[in-house]
Design a protein around this ligand. Structure first.
Ligand code: NI
Length: 138
């Protein structure tokens, strides 16, 4: 039984502002490509983050991972870093990197992967809107 893997999920929310803009394109091309998300004065999204951790059930605790520990890990390393921030201006990660949902999910994955024991598999799901969301790794 303890050799079987099982997934646990922790859901968190954060609100952040961004502007999508690519240095590969002209101002007008950026406007066409990103539409309202290219608005020079930024705009916000209510992001929903789902962190999936896969592992084996610990025979002593009955847990894959203590959800309090996972919750605190996300809070300390992700939520407190990004919540109520302007991603372009306030965070080092997106000074150069375009803060699309894809790139935000990859940044979150990289941060949490470093903090999480290697025995766990990790997957990030990030909702930018109710209808648009990304998963990393795919
Ligand atoms: Ni946007």
């Amino acid at each position: 039984m303890d050799s079987q893997k099982i997934a646990v999920f922790r859901k968190e929310n954060f609100n952040a502002a961004h502007r999508l803009h690519s240095s590969y394109y002209s101002e007008s091309e950026n406007q066409v490509l990103f539409g309202k998300c290219n608005n020079p004065n930024y705009h916000g999204h209510n992001y929903t983050l789902i962190v999936k951790v896969v592992g084996c059930i610990d025979i002593k605790t009955g847990y894959v991972i203590d959800m309090k520990v996972l919750g605190n890990l996300i809070k300390e390393n992700i939520t407190e870093k990004f919540d109520h921030k302007n991603l372009n201006l306030d965070t080092s990660e997106f000074k150069e990197l375009n803060p699309t949902a894809e790139n935000i999910a990859m940044v979150i994955y990289t941060i949490l992967r470093e903090k999480l024991e290697t025995k766990f598999e990790l997957k990030i799901t990030l909702y930018e809107t109710e209808r648009n969301y990304v998963e990393y790794p795919a």
